[in-house]
Design a protein around this ligand. Structure first.
Ligand SMILES: Nc1ncnc2c1ncn2[C@@H]1O[C@H](COP(=O)(O)OP(=O)(O)OP(=O)(O)O)[C@@H](O)[C@H]1O
Ligand SMILES: [Mg+2]
Length: 389
């Protein structure tokens, strides 16, 4: 067979990137298992790539084994190590980093496209996306900008406010300011907000470091705890609301409106006052997922319009899960946050909502991979040099 026809018949090799250096490492392992099980094997070959909690990248080759495991275990075999970011700048690491890039760039590449199924800081926040941009590898989901902006709850909100949508009132404090003037800041919050308020690190996920504060007395301790996870913390007005999540998928028709799922509701239960880390992961009955959310047609339409606006405002590409608060009584819609790499576990909202809206899991994954390849083609056609007119 000549090279061209060989290329034409070869399956697309999808590197599924999982694990990662965040508190959502274990969630990622479950998500990746599910993605691997649902990818269309008639079109794709799968190359699992695990990132351990120290940030080292390992190449897995035993997909069948990964299929069986309820929770993937990273096999840390030194021979299969691709990349150790903490070594950059040191002699051996230059070799490792360049090894990985040559793996990525080689014409007989290990993979044609990367599907990052990793969540949280150092994964979903543009860092991995930047590395893949440098290596010129197509990857699924948002680019560097939307990934970084979406991870920062303060910057994302500023853009959403500018787009004319509602966000809960909030203030931001940086670690240095807190160290100098904690008491003044708490007094400012007491004077400006009514309790409960929510305290949260600007860049985390899974509700790590998020606190519902019901009285002034508890505010300082909550902020102190949130500073464990980030150097920037938000204090937000608590909204008495139902929590709505919506899945968004970019259209394959470039420039057309994205596909928006029906809305789902998350209802914390079993004694959990909000959608906390425990209600998400520790307690199996910690939250009910209601699909579709019980909303009037009018409200559904308003939500859809807002969600499209949010996706465009934050420069999202590929996919995103948009989380909203729908205030009880007023039915006012508030933007809470966006997840550029939403959970893909068996019970995750993003794929569930897409399926409830008529798209199969397998087709969803194929669609995302096609989007990644199309974007890469478009970008690689751009001129990097000045073109004289
Ligand atoms: N302003 C608010 N009013 C009411 N509830 C809130 C508010 N902010 C946060 N919450 C509650 O806290 C939960 C976690 O907050 P948030 O979504 O901001 O954090 P997260 O760590 O980013 O979660 P994710 O895993 O979705 O990224 C929300 O799902 C909601 O239950
Ligand atoms: Mg959230």
């Amino acid at each position: 067979m000549d090279k061209i026809s060989k290329e034409a018949t070869r399956k697309i090799r999808v590197g599924v990137l999982y694990g990662g250096r965040s508190s959502e490492h274990e969630v990622s392992l479950r998500s990746a298992t599910n993605v691997i099980q649902n990818l269309d094997r008639s079109r794709f070959d799968i190359v699992p790539i695990g990132i351990d909690k120290q940030g080292a990248w390992f190449l897995g080759d035993d997909v069948a084994k990964l299929d069986q495991a309820a929770v993937l275990q990273l096999e840390q075999d030194a021979n299969k190590m691709l990349f150790a970011p903490d070594c950059i700048g040191k002699q051996p690491a230059i070799r490792q980093a360049s090894d990985m890039l040559s793996h990525l760039k080689n014409s007989e590449r290990l993979f044609d496209v990367i599907f990052p199924v990793i969540h949280g800081p150092l994964c979903e926040d543009g860092t991995v996306q930047g590395l893949l941009e440098l290596a010129e590898v197509p990857y699924v989901g948002c680019g560097v900008l939307a990934s970084a902006v979406g991870m920062d709850k303060d910057v994302a909100k500023r853009l959403i406010i500018q787009a004319g949508l509602d966000v809960p009132d909030y203030v931001v404090i940086k670690r240095g300011q807190w160290d100098k003037a904690a008491a003044e800041f708490c007094a400012h919050v007491d004077a400006t907000f009514s309790y409960p308020v929510f305290v949260k690190p600007a860049n985390t996920g899974s509700s790590v470091g998020v606190h519902k504060v019901k009285q002034p007395h508890d505010l300082a301790a909550a902020i102190q705890n949130a500073f464990l996870y980030d150097t920037k913390v938000l204090v937000e007005q608590g909204i008495d609301a139902i929590e709505i999540e919506v899945s968004v998928l970019e259209s394959l028709d470039y420039g057309a409106d994205p596909i928006v799922s029906i809305p789902g509701e998350i209802r914390p239960q079993n004694g959990h006052e909000f959608y906390s880390y425990d209600s998400k992961y520790t307690d199996e009955d910690g939250a009910a997922i209601i699909i579709p959310a019980d909303l009037s047609a009018d409200l559904q339409q308003k939500i859809k319009t807002a969600v499209k606006r949010i996706f465009a405002t934050l420069e999202c590409e590929g996919m995103a899960r948009v989380d909203l608060f729908l205030e009880r009584g007023t039915h006012r819609i508030y933007f809470n946050e966006i997840n550029s790499i939403p959970g893909f576990t068996q019970i995750s909202m993003y794929p569930k909502l897409m399926m409830a809206s008529g798209m199969s899991y397998t087709n969803l994954l194929t669609h995302l991979i096609e989007l990644a390849i199309n974007r890469h083609t478009r970008k690689s056609e751009l001129s990097r040099e000045y073109v004289a007119e």
